[in-house]
Design a protein around this ligand. Structure first.
Ligand SMILES: Cc1cc2nc3c(=O)[nH]c(=O)nc-3n(C[C@H](O)[C@H](O)[C@H](O)COP(=O)(O)OP(=O)(O)OC[C@H]3O[C@@H](n4cnc5c(N)ncnc54)[C@H](O)[C@@H]3O)c2cc1C
Length: 216
């Protein structure tokens, strides 16, 4: 049997790696439209610092998948604790996820975020758009101050025009976390990404390269 895979990203190279040893498969061909294979797993070396095309981290709720990826990377991996910050109003750094460090907001914004979360007029809506999902789960304050502008920028589209396909990936923090973070407590949020892996050298492209090395 011959296999033809269209497009040469990580999905293609990993599929080829896992299929190549099956005795009924005689040949696997990957057809890539670009000059280079790798798809979105691309890193550029500028003065010995590797920049990903879109920042990538390695994590998975699925322990088996994660262990396969880490095994492929061999020794070229490190485990890192998340330390992302959001630059708010050009001078204040707020930890990501935003709702876990609300107390750092200017007083007026903090009151707006907390009041609209506690008395949320959208809490009973059935979201049809990403915007409605955010309003229902975080309130108008957190949405107007952060989630709205941040997501409009990320998706290059107003969240009122996006449906709810992606929102399953956005965890809903416990109410206490949001309230406690407004009162100055340190809460973490999104724990499945709190620690993540990353290649020690070569940027995220080295994950693709590691898969490629394992193919015949
Ligand atoms: C900004 C950004 C950040 C991300 N961060 C993370 C992260 O932190 N962690 C994570 O796990 N995932 C992350 N992702 C998602 C991850 O990059 C993708 O899920 C993954 O790379 C998809 O791999 P793929 O092989 O399916 O597709 P792609 O990498 O898109 O590869 C598809 C390949 O097919 C080729 N192709 C397309 N059409 C044709 C055609 N007609 N003929 C021939 N070739 C064709 C393309 O040129 C491309 O090389 C991120 C994505 C983005 C954009």
């Amino acid at each position: 049997m011959k296999i033809l895979i269209l497009g040469g990203g990580i999905a293609a190279i990993s599929l080829a790696k896992f299929l190549q040893d099956k005795k009924e498969i005689k040949e696997i061909i990957i057809l890539e439209k670009n000059e280079k294979i790798g798809g979105l797993l691309r890193s550029y070396n500028i003065k010995n610092i590797f920049y990903d095309v879109g920042p990538h981290i390695i994590f998975s709720k699925d322990k088996k998948i994660l262990s396969i990826i880490l095994k492929i990377l061999g020794k070229n991996k490190i485990k890192i604790r998340r330390s992302n910050k959001i630059l708010y109003d050009k001078k204040t750094y707020i930890k990501y996820p935003f709702e876990n460090e609300l107390y750092k907001l200017p007083k007026k914004d903090l009151k707006f975020a907390l009041d609209k979360f506690l008395k949320n007029k959208f809490s009973n809506i059935k979201p049809k758009t990403m915007k409605e999902f955010f309003l229902k789960n975080f309130g108008e304050g957190i949405f107007n101050l952060y989630l709205g502008p941040y997501n409009n920028k990320i998706w290059k589209m107003n969240t009122s025009k996006l449906d709810t396909q992606m929102v399953e990936r956005i965890p809903r923090p416990p109410d206490e976390d949001i309230i406690n973070s407004a009162n100055g407590a340190i809460t973490e949020g999104y724990k499945h990404q709190l620690y993540f892996h990353y290649p020690k050298k070569g940027g995220i492209q080295s994950l693709f390269d590691a898969f490629q090395k394992k193919t015949k």
